[in-house]
Design a protein around this ligand. Sequence first.
Ligand code: NAD
Length: 367
Amino acid sequence: MAKTVYIAGLGLIGASMALGIKRDHPDYEILGYNRSQASRDIALKEGMIDRATDDFASFAPLADIIILSLPIKQTIAFIKELADLDLKEGVIISDAGSTKSAIVDAAEQYLAGKPVRFVGAHPMAGSHKTGAASADVNLFENAYYIFTPSSLTGQDTLEEMKDLLSGLHARFIEIDAKEHDRVTSQISHFPHILASSLMEQTAVYAQEHEMARHFAAGGFRDMTRIAESEPGMWTSILLSNRETILDRIEDFKGRLDEVGQAISKGDEEQVWNFFNKAREQRQAMEIHKRGGVDSSYDLYVDVPDEEDVILRILELLRGTSLVNIHINEENREDIHGILQISFKNAQDLERAEHLITENTDYTVVVK
Ligand code: NAD
């Protein structure tokens, strides 16, 4: 039976979800709320949604499923508002917020005892882009789509959500909201704090040591890439996961002190072990598989510095979709080839590896 789905927030995530839902359920009616007219117009014009409003409450009673794809604070405000509306019996309410405990706690507080279902969710894909104009039907392909069930979630809730979102081609997984926030604080939130601190430290240092700006290369770029993220989103993420992040900061200070002491003592073995342990741990971790934000499948080709060489490789890859192409300025030990090509999935990567090895003599490294 065709359903009515209401997506509140037609930003990058909300509009991409609308496209993914339409892919498998073209008969579903998708209603959209957005504060600004620009994203409402784009979503209507591109056929992502069927009807649009700037009055959140007006469409809510029509929906079988409501997805809030808004900043965390606004998600909580709308959950509170939904509690006072006359919604369809058994409606499923879900969200897309990057932290889960605060949202799930709010839902349990405001929606308990109402004839509604709720399941917190975090689609672990995205980019630095915002707004409906950046929507991408393949955004969630192979990415984890995390559900955080609570007292307002039943098994049927999850089954219905997975069916609704089948066209996203994501990997659904369930985890407790608090555990979600602990895990993401370590692998996502805290690294953003580190990247921005490192960037700031370097910028201040470079005021007196000008060449720091010019010598910064691959390693520094990799470490600080995420310092370019959208400040508003990260402020709201950190402030809605405070205790867990403060715990990670304290833990890290201890680690820095430890390596500092080893350096101060000149303890060669301890310093070597420090680096070696981290290297082994990184090699053992599944970070090369697409799992979260911005990860991709990378292939490196050691191409000679010759005219048209890159064009020749791209010609071989005609028909294979690339997500990025990068020419590394220098070929060092931490870089595996001058030409770095990123793919969205393992099949495209394998195909490219095969095509380049079959048709050229260049060394190809998959990492
Ligand atoms: P976006 O900036 O593209 O869209 C945000 C949406 O929220 C827009 O529709 C905007 O109009 C609306 N909005 C903002 N403030 C509002 C307010 N005060 N009142 C009403 N509407 C308001 O952002 P996005 O990337 O689509 O993020 C949406 C949610 O998804 C956020 O909770 C974010 O944490 C989460 N998320 C983002 C990513 C990512 O990488 N972009 C990944 C996973 C989850």
